[in-house]
Every structure is written in C-alpha cells, then in structure tokens.
Design a protein around this ligand. Sequence first.
Ligand SMILES: [Zn+2]
Length: 393
Amino acid sequence: MSPTGAEVIRKIRSQVEEVDPSEVREHLGNGVVLVDVRESEEWDAGHIPGAKHVPRGYLESRIEGAVADRDQRVVVYCASGQRSALAANTLREQLGYGNVASMNGGITLWKDRGYDVEVPKSLTKEQRERYSRHLLVPEIGLEGQTKLLEAKVLLLGAGGLGSPTALYLAAAGVGTLGIVDDDEVDLSNLQRQVIHTTDRIGVPKVDSAEESIKAINPGVDVRKYQVRLYASNIMEIIEGYDVIVDGVDNFPTRYLLNDATVRLGIPVVSASILGFDGQLSVFAPHEGPCYRCLYPVPPPADMAPSCGANGVLGVLPGTMGLLQATEVIKLVTGAGEPLIGRLLLYEALGATFTELKVRRDPECAICSKDPSEISDDELGVFPDYEAFCAAAG
Ligand SMILES: [Zn+2]
C-alpha cells in the first residue's frame, strides 16, 4: 500500500536538517543564504529581510540564479516549515546542494518571536493589473516593480534608439522618464522613430514623445529638455537620474556624456547603429570600463554617423533600443548580468551577435581619476575631432 501524503512528509522531515529561527537570525549575513519558497502573494505580505525568493514551484529552474554555489550554506523557509522541508530535501537529493537546512516553524514562528519582517510597498489595484506579468516573474516581482516605479531614467535623444526605449520603459512602469532632444519631428524620421506619428511632423520631439508615453502609461512623469547637451548644461540636467540611455548620434556628445557621468557615478546604457550593424554596452563608472576606455580616440570613420546623414535599416534601432531598455530594467531591478565590460555587436544581415570583452584602461584620461578631480574644462574634450571628421569625408 502506498504511504499517505502525511507519512511521506513526516519521513522527509525526519531526514532533513531543521534549524530554529533563533539560529537562523544569528547567522544571517554570515555566508548563509536564506531562501523563501512561498508563493508570490505570501512573499509580498512580508518576508525575512535579506532573503531570496524562489517559489517552490520554480525551485528546480530558479535556484541556480539565487544560489550558484552548491556548497553554500542554504536555509530554506516557508510559512510553517513543511514546504521548506520538502524543498530542502529536493535541493539536497535532486539538485546536489550539500549544506541545506529548513527553518523550523517557518516565518510564523519567526514573527511570533518578534523578529524583523520586511513588507514591500504595495501597488494600487490598477498597478497590480497593469504590471501583473512583471509580478509573475520572480526576478522582478513586486520588489522589482517598485524599483522601476521609483526609478528615474534619462533618455538622450527621442530618435531611432530613444523611440522604442521610451515606449517600452514607459510600458514597464519606469516612474520618471527624462527626454533630451532639441529636434522636431521630420517626415524622414518616421521610417524608424516609432514614438512619433505622421500628424506630428514639425512638432518638437520631446512633446511628441510625451504624448505617446502618456497614451501608453499616464502614470509616467515625463520631464522634457528641449535643448542640446553642452558642457555648460549637462551636469544640471543629468544629476539625480539613476540610469542614462545614450542614443545620441555624435561623438562630441558621447565623450561629454561619458565624462559627466563618470564624475557623477551614473551608469550609461549606450548603443550605436549604422547600416545593418549595431553595438551596445553598459558603462558603469568605476565598476567597469568607461566609453573612453573603449574609445580613447573616436572610432574609425566608417562608424561615424555624426559626420553626416547615413543610411540605416529602419528596424535596427528598434532591435538595439530594446536591448538598451532591457539593460535599463536589469540595472534598476538588479536582475541578471548587465552588459558591463562587454561590447555586444549585432550584424543584422548575417543575423549574428558577437561579444567582445572590454577592460578598464588604467591610464584612462577620465575614469582613472578620482571623480572630484575631473574638472569642467575636461568635460567632453578629446583629440582631433575636426580632422577626424574631415578625413571621413
Ligand atoms: Zn575610462
């Protein structure tokens, strides 16, 4: 006769190491990873600070993302200690985790003891529904969505790259979107700048972008800067933003942006496109290389869209802009591995992605310095730009 469910659970519990909440509390942060295996709604109602959330139903597929090292001490908890015992057993017997325990009594006993519980901020009913597909992804969830709603992201350019980036970041619920663009919508933009429409030709791009953003998500706070970036205004515009999305098409602004963001410690998600080729990287000041580490002098002339009008496949900025939006969401939520120290090259005709490692240059003119030593006079200065553009013809 098959054993009953209760018998199986009893047997498993007798084989799993169980620890008391007081012991868990004592070792929190000391090389112990605490994993909450409850459902998302339970996690959202309150969890142990510092715990990682891997619902039991996702244990096999997600645990490696939360605990990469199988020799790591892992303590699993649930509401009462039953589901966590089963999860601990799965981790040990089927997934090869060697040092796993289940917290006795679960978070219920933890709370009874008066220990700290963290309750994430709640969303409105409308927000819960709007972002429900994010809430279902464990890497984002309520915590990640809250971070997105509180995030301030600045888009440089509401053009080919900025259009898809702005639309998707607005849809994703980024709370504040700043847009810097001094241009007006032109008929020749519409082949790729999908945030603008035919009836808005002649309208400032910042106004057109705001209209589209608000139509998708009225909750987004749009801040418009209908200016060009100069050394004289860049610091006051970018200060206070969490992430900057670089979709500018000229090298002087790229260098200026790099220097100012290194000084302020703001990460930049940078992309460029030409013809059928795109490139993408994340420049996180002092954590990875900066734009100048990659290009101490401007790149070769054939990658220099700033020297005049160049052709581009209309969908290419869509592809690259959405990769940028993805990196922004990762930086804001802390999910995954951002593209720091890596340059991603996309070649549309061959349908190939290539990744190159980029290292910090210890001699870098900007990021090798202490941020406070980067002077106003140095911002955006780089060698021989005039000569370089002339050579590009
Ligand atoms: Zn550098």
